[in-house]
Design a protein around this ligand. Structure first.
Ligand code: MRU
Length: 404
């Protein structure tokens, strides 16, 4: 049986609105998946920046593509000067802004820098209009290249899969963490097509539940057998002998192989070592930062305490009687409606066609509680069996030598 990847949405793409001819970066809003499938259209650099900061666009390779597209979007929709120098100065500022929107995934700065370097490397005699078009084409090509890289990662990953392997994964390094297909996703989908994947254990991935919301949904869309577990169940599942290997993505891999990935990966790696289970990082070489010798230098993003103080839900209300529809119509007559609620809870409702989309944040912790909320941790190289890249399976100790 083959993975039904045609069921998976593209994460990010460039398009021009046929109604007004304005270019946009389109992306599927990952803060609201899987119950609401909104497509966001960003027409400004700031729009993409907001999408990155809010995690509507997330996952290291997807961020790389998004950064390049954001620079091209600035050039297309916001640049107002007339000379090549002014254009390049604008590109530099745009690249620096989007490249620093989040600190940990090195792909974000990498994607911005690739777009910046491309613009600077263009033939200076090329008319400015053509230079701008070339930059847009370059950013679009980055999405296509990312998918091709992931398909190669998938093929390389076959060598670590025995028939009917049972995988455990943490966070989302599936298609949604990339332009399309995924890194861990790549290995799982390619492996499933070849009869090498029997089952995927999906860690929920607190606090933002990328596993429970995104990976679990992706596996179901693709028809890959999977089971969702809370993060604190991984030990018991491994102890039961139900996991053959762990596959996780990466946000930054240092020269010595130390790897930053979603918070909780370190715990999974320690467990895997305890139970003698191999752990592989699946990532493009664009996630490798040879400029950082070791993991303690990786900047770790600290996120809003509210991610731990409460929980967020997005969904759709589908009323099944006329009175409820009437009440919701009244409530949403003037667009999205913020509801005032007791105890700090927050909720907004918005009419979407025949349904009503809602976003809620419900407080569950004592008022004033102290919170520590790092978004990533660093797994030391000695806990990593191998790094599956588009350039082959690389032992952490050989990384710098292989890629230099
Ligand atoms: O905070 P996020 O959701 O952007 O974190 C994402 C991860 O940690 C992923 O595992 C990583 O970027 C790899 S995505 C192919």
């Amino acid at each position: 049986m083959a993975a039904d990847i045609a069921n998976l949405p593209r994460t990010i793409w460039w398009d021009v609105d046929p109604d007004d001819g304005i270019a946009g970066v389109y992306l599927i809003d990952q803060t609201r998946l899987p119950l609401v499938g909104d497509i966001l259209c960003c027409r400004t650099l700031e729009g993409v920046e907001l999408a990155v900061k809010s995690l509507a666009l997330r996952g290291a390779p997807a961020l790389g593509v998004g950064a390049a597209m954001a620079v091209a979007l600035f050039s297309e929709n916001e640049f107002v000067g007339a000379t090549r120098e002014e254009w390049l100065a604008g590109i530099d500022a745009a690249a620096s802004r989007i490249g620093s929107a989040r600190p940990t995934a090195v792909n974000l700065a990498w994607g911005a820098e690739r777009a910046r370097a491309f613009a600077h490397g263009l033939d200076p005699t090329l008319p400015l209009e053509q230079a701008r078009q070339a930059l847009v084409a370059f950013a679009q090509q980055m999405a296509a290249d990312d998918e091709a890289t992931n398909r190669t990662i998938g093929a390389v990953g076959l060598q670590v899969l025995k028939p009917d392997a049972r995988v455990l994964t943490h966070c989302t390094a599936g298609s949604l963490g990339t332009a399309y297909y995924g890194t861990v996703g790549g290995v799982i989908y390619t492996g499933f097509d070849q009869g090498r994947i029997a089952h995927v254990w999906v860690d929920e991935t607190r606090p933002l539940n990328q596993g429970g919301r995104l990976t679990a949904w992706e596996m179901m869309c693709a028809g890959v057998p999977s089971t969702l577990i809370a993060d604190n169940m991984a030990a018991s599942v491994m102890a039961s002998g139900w996991v053959d290997l762990v596959l996780v993505g990466a946000d930054r891999i240092c020269a010595n192989g130390d790897t930053a990935n979603k918070i909780g990966t370190l715990g999974v790696a320690i467990l895997a070592q305890h139970y003698g289970i191999p752990l592989y990082i699946c990532a493009p070489t664009s996630t490798v930062d040879l400029g950082l010798a070791e993991g303690n230098r990786i900047p770790i993003e600290q996120r809003d305490p509210r991610e731990l103080e409460g929980f967020t839900v997005s969904g759709a209300i589908l009323p099944d009687d006329a009175n409820t529809s009437q009440a919701l119509d009244l409530l949403t007559a003037s667009g999205a409606r913020e509801l005032t609620m007791k105890d700090g809870h927050q909720m907004s409702v918005e009419r979407k066609g025949g349904a009503y989309a809602f976003d809620g944040w419900f407080k569950m912790t004592p008022p004033g509680v102290q919170v520590y909320n790092p978004a990533f941790d660093v797994t030391p190289a000695e806990l990593i069996t191998g790094i599956i890249t588009e350039r082959g399976l690389i032992a952490p100790a050989d990384l710098a030598q292989t890629l230099e």
